[in-house]
Design a protein around this ligand. Structure first.
Ligand code: GTB
Length: 230
């Protein structure tokens, strides 16, 4: 099994992300968390084929990204990874135990209440677009997302963050909501758009975004080599 090199944890990310550098894959939230706490990290890029091979399956039982290797510890599931980072460094979870429990509840809410209808809609737009039922199904999927966005928007109100200061909960929620980019659904809630923009404006977010963008750009150059000079 691959181990952490030196002191830096190693994460995995798509060698060639289908999101074309938009930072929508789940390594983005792990990168962002590591950047927020100032932890240097290394990235091992994996192909779709390599994700299903024994070496990667030993790290991730479902053959996905991201994974996280820190010394003898190997983790999968982006929520568990971000929680580990937040627990081991200051800055991503409140010190007060009750406030910490509330932030953790919001992390779970992002992953298990808000993300599923968003992923279901997103997957349908990719794999069901040419199916005969798509036109009837999409409004239903939109409505499920709308319900959650309305509830979230009401709770957030005019606050900057979900519960006091920025925390891992906001990091998680912002990355979940970003997957709706281009759907037109977020625009129905200006406070959610402003919330996402606040997250994206954080220097740590930008460093994480630039890092995953660099992977996409490097892969594009391999796919379309520059014309020879002269
Ligand atoms: N619950 C797990 C977690 O939170 O870590 C889910 C992990 C997961 O779904 N990983 C995806 C994966 O490895 C990548 S992030 N898929 C390959 C496979 O299952 O074989 C999901 C993702 C993929 C692509 C886009 N996109 O193109 O916009 C967005 C999100």
């Amino acid at each position: 099994m691959l181990k952490t090199k030196g002191e830096a944890p190693v994460i995995t990310a798509f060698e060639s992300s289908p999101d074309r550098g938009r930072g929508l894959a789940r390594d983005m939230r792990v990168r962002w968390a590591l950047e927020e706490v100032g932890q240097r990290y290394e990235v091992r890029l994996v192909s779709f084929q390599a994700m299903k091979e024994p070496a990667h399956l030993a790290l991730h039982p479902f053959g996905q990204i991201p994974t996280y290797e820190e010394g003898d510890l190997t983790l999968f599931e982006s929520g568990a990874i971000v929680l580990r980072i937040a627990e081991r460094h200051s800055g991503l979870l409140p010190v007060d135990v009750d406030a910490r429990a509330r932030a953790t509840a919001w992390m779970f809410a992002a992953l298990s209440t808000v993300e599923p209808p968003i992923v279901e809609r997103s997957m349908a737009t990719i794999v069901e677009r040419d199916k005969p039922w798509y036109a009837a199904r999409l409004p239903m999927l939109d409505e499920r997302v709308r319900t959650r966005l309305g509830e979230l928007s009401r709770r957030l109100g005019e606050a900057d963050w979900l519960d006091g200061a920025f925390s891992a909960a906001d990091l998680m929620m912002v990355t979940v909501l970003r997957r709706l980019d281009g759907s037109g659904l977020l625009e129905e809630h200006p406070n959610l758009c402003a919330y996402i923009a606040r997250g994206e404006a954080r220097p740590a977010y930008q460093r994480a975004f630039d890092a995953q963008w660099a992977v996409f750009e490097a892969a594009s150059q391999v796919r379309t080599p520059a014309a020879p000079e002269g």
